[in-house]
Write a protein that binds this ligand. Structure first.
Ligand code: NIG
Ligand code: FE
Length: 404
């Protein structure tokens, strides 16, 4: 008998992808009456419980007979760090004022920037840490966190430092992104982009990704190209907010850069799906924002699937889309975007890992990080079938039980 730190089983069902990424039509591993052996941070064995229980003895044993076990959820797109809220803008939206109009009037992102730059490091750190605790309750084990509510490079660097500090304390993995969010209202745009470029060297040790909000009302394609050029020269990985509000050519940039992920894509022309597939880019879809924008538009899910683009899901948590619960995002992906429960699971585990450039997580197989969710549902088909209840029984991050 081998002694392991954590032995899980029997569980009713285990579902995982075989490799990263998962593409529409790829087979998956489904084990009924399963067991998982974990040692330290890593999964060391997975299989039928009758075999696993014969091979291993656990210092800690979790049995959850009627449950499902999957890889931990990964949220690859969040704006988790800001102060304040914008609940009164909901009423404006309900009266028919569009998102871009609120932004033009100095509301929206600009308003949150004001509140954020006036908050102290301590306040912001506290807000971020409490949100990180909350997401883990819903099964999130790795989360991307963007800066973006500082605007001035000095403030953006401050936010990135706060994200890095919180990452050091959090129980789940935090991936920092430097987001170039909106042009300042009181500065020449060319000068601003030069200032952003000048801050990239300093940002190098603080952020894995550079992201640009390329859209009507934010940055133009030319401005975005200039920023991405400088970022790629410095070795950043790149991601993009593209075609969210309107199509102004942003997703075409997939032909010019190695974009790890293109996100939103509500207005993306279908033909760009082929280019994304060729480049190996992920499509990170954010259905909660489809809802919060009250948009009738949808990303071209069928074209993305047919072209073999890996689809990931993210929460896009922000003052405009207040959702910390990835399970709700998964449910919306089924009911708003037509994704099956299996597609939704792949999109929020293995493909979300791919969207963040990871090869060590998102899969529940030997050699991968022991990030898992034990779900209080009997099989994966319940994942986006049952609405509105926290279905995570237990979240495990790097072999440690966080919530139960
Ligand atoms: O992804 N699109 C830009 N940024 C966020 C919204 C941020 C905000 O409205 O505060 C998004 O939807
Ligand atoms: Fe976003």
């Amino acid at each position: 008998m081998n002694k392991v730190s954590l032995l899980i089983g029997p569980v009713n069902q285990l579902v995982t992808a075989k490799s990263i990424p998962w593409r529409h039509g790829d087979s998956v591993i489904i084990i009924e009456e399963a067991g998982v052996a974990v040692n330290g941070h890593e999964v060391i064995d997975v299989g039928p419980w009758r075999e696993i229980s014969r091979r291993y003895e656990g210092k800690c044993r979790v049995s959850a007979e009627d449950s499902l076990v999957t890889a931990g959820l990964i949220d690859p797109h969040t704006h988790l760090l800001f102060a304040g809220s914008r609940e009164d803008e909901l009423e404006l939206k309900l009266q028919g004022t569009p998102y871009e109009e609120i932004l033009k009037r100095g509301g929206g992102i600009y308003r949150t920037v004001n509140e954020t730059v006036n908050a102290s490091d301590e306040e912001l750190r506290g807000i971020l840490l409490s949100r990180l605790l909350e997401v883990a309750k819903y099964g999130t084990t790795t989360i991307e966190v963007k800066s973006g509510y500082g605007i001035s490079p000095k403030e953006e660097i401050r936010l990135l430092r706060i994200i890095n500090d919180a990452a050091g304390e959090a129980l789940i993995d935090v991936i920092p992104t430097y987001l170039i969010h909106v042009p300042p209202r009181n500065m020449n745009r060319v000068e601003y982009i030069n200032a952003v470029t000048a801050s990239l060297d300093q940002a190098k040790e603080l952020a894995k990704f550079i992201d640009v909000f390329c859209d009507d009302g934010a940055f133009t394609v030319n401005e975005t190209r200039a920023i991405l050029n400088e970022a790629s020269l410095r070795g950043f990985k790149l991601r993009l907010h593209a075609d969210e509000i309107a199509y102004i050519g942003c997703s075409d940039l997939v032909n010019e850069f190695n974009l790890t992920s293109l996100d939103h894509l509500l207005n993306m022309p279908e033909q760009n799906a082929k280019a994304m597939a060729l480049r190996g880019s992920t499509a990170t879809l954010l259905p909660a924002t489809v809802l919060s924008l009250m948009s009738s538009k949808r990303p071209p899910v069928k074209a993305l699937k047919d072209s073999g683009v890996p689809i990931a899901l993210g929460s896009d948590f922000s003052p405009n889309t207040w959702v910390l619960n990835m399970q709700y995002v998964m449910e919306l992906a089924t009911y708003l975007l037509g994704m099956t429960p299996l597609e939704v699971l792949m999109a929020s585990t293995v493909n979300a890992a791919y969207s963040l450039g990871f090869r060590d997580r998102g899969i529940l197989q030997p050699g991968y990080l022991a990030n898992m969710v034990i779900w209080s549902i009997p099989n994966y088909k319940w994942l986006s079938y049952e609405l509105g209840r926290n279905k995570a029984l237990m979240t495990i991050s790097r072999g440690i039980i966080l919530e139960s």
